[in-house]
Design a protein around this ligand. Structure first.
Ligand SMILES: NC(=O)C1=CN([C@@H]2O[C@H](COP(=O)(O)OP(=O)(O)OC[C@H]3O[C@@H](n4cnc5c(N)ncnc54)[C@H](OP(=O)(O)O)[C@@H]3O)[C@@H](O)[C@H]2O)C=CC1
Ligand SMILES: CC(=O)N[C@@H](CCC(=O)OP(=O)(O)O)C(=O)O
Length: 345
């Protein structure tokens, strides 16, 4: 398959390069740039020297569409909104890692992203690529909106309870922590070493753009579901997300019933692992892999469940899930190229 990566010099692009090197169907990979035409990828990323002997080509959506069977858009907000339709018009599959096509209501997108939404025709064609829960639609999709990193961790953790209508409306609190690679390769005041090392920050309080994305999917699963509290934090690590979620149950569950809901949902799904009782996942235990590990506890005193969900933001939260979706779209084994043991320690 001929694959194009737009935004190959960014962190999402670099992670696609790492993973696609082990993918048997990814034979012909072209890399596109908006600023570094003609530069060898090794100059941006010496760690891929001798593995990718390729120079960056200028990003022209018409050429990219013509020359590719599938394109990954690993680009900042706004780029996919503008160019996906033209790329897809060549019959090319598009997987967008940005948030441009995830929100189905353009008014909600514009409120949270503070920029113009994509054309409604493009948004309507895009299928939300939460691989474990939207398989049939993904299998027949031409355009995928790859989920955000926080929504992936949060939604995989909440799905079994929401599907079983077990949660009291308005009781969902998602307390999430991420590493700095989530902010991309460009240095910012928020993430540079002196600001972030030995520090722990809360950010975008009640205003993060992943809030409507999580609410939209929860509502599609259960129309009783409404507003949530979602609070991101930045911690001094590079990769990883931990979403700790607190939800009030409608009726008490035994611990056995709680674990049974999660096993019914995820047994047979290769990338979601449910921990045993009293065992909680750490971000390092999924580092560099496509796993989402989930730990659970029901507190009889409060009637609340605590769900702990961890992913690697660069893999299951971006490039890994994008490749899982590429596999589903093309009728391949969903694990193809993704059989990675987490890097530990
Ligand atoms: N990092 C993460 O953990 C995750 C990221 N995402 C999303 O994936 C997308 C990429 O993120 P990430 O790789 O971290 O970001 P980076 O900032 O590291 O990389 C983005 C790349 O996009 C390219 N680019 C910028 N403007 C344009 C343009 N107008 N046309 C074409 N290419 C352009 C740049 O490359 P060049 O200058 O060579 O053109 C740049 O290297 C973002 O939307 C991000 O929000 C989603 C989930 C997780
Ligand atoms: C540390 C940091 O800044 N993380 C990013 C992660 C989100 C992201 O990558 O955005 P999309 O997946 O929606 O494009 C953030 O909070 O905005």
């Amino acid at each position: 398959m001929r694959i194009g990566i737009v935004g190959a010099t960014g962190y999402g692009g670099a992670e696609l390069l790492r993973l696609l090197n082990n993918h048997p169907e990814a034979k012909n990979i072209q890399l596109y740039t908006s600023t570094k035409e003609g530069v060898h990828i090794e100059e941006s990323y010496p760690h891929v020297a001798t593995i990718y002997d390729t120079s960056l080509k200028p990003f022209n959506p018409e050429v990219v569409g013509e020359d590719s069977d599938l394109v990954f858009m690993a680009t900042p907000p706004g780029v996919s909104a503008q160019h996906t339709q033209e790329i897809a018009s060549h019959g090319t599959q598009v997987i967008d890692l940005s948030g441009d096509l995830r929100i189905t209501d353009p008014t909600i997108y514009e409120t949270w992203y503070k920029r113009p939404a994509a054309q409604i025709e493009t948004i309507n064609q895009a299928v939300y690529g939460l691989s474990e829960w939207n398989r049939e639609a993904i299998q027949s999709a031409r355009i995928i909106s790859n989920p955000g990193c926080y929504p992936t961790a949060a939604l995989l953790g909440l799905a079994p309870l929401i599907h079983n209508d077990a949660i009291q409306q308005h009781s969902i609190i998602i307390d999430a922590k991420t590493g700095t690679s989530g902010a991309g390769r460009s240095a910012t005041m928020m993430t540079h070493f002196s600001e972030m090392n030995e520090n722990f920050k809360i950010y975008q309080v009640n205003t993060h753009k992943h809030t409507p994305e999580i609410e939209q999917q929860l509502h599609q699963w259960n129309n009783e579901s409404g507003a949530i509290t979602f609070q991101p934090h930045l911690v001094p690590m590079i990769r990883g997300i931990m979403a700790t979620m607190y939800v009030q149950l409608k009726k008490p569950l035994t611990s056995e019933q709680l674990f049974s809901l999660y096993h019914q949902a995820y047994d047979g799904k290769p990338f979601v692992r449910i921990r045993k009782e009293n065992n909680y996942p750490a971000t390092k235990e999924v580092y560099g892999s496509n796993y989402c590990d989930i730990g659970l506890s029901y507190d009889e005193r409060t009637g609340r469940v605590t769900v702990v969900s961890v992913i690697d933001n660069m893999v299951k939260g971006a490039a890994g899930q994008a490749i899982q979706n590429m596999n589903l779209m093309n009728g391949w084994d969903e694990s193809m190229g993704l059989n990675l043991v987490p890097v530990y320690p």
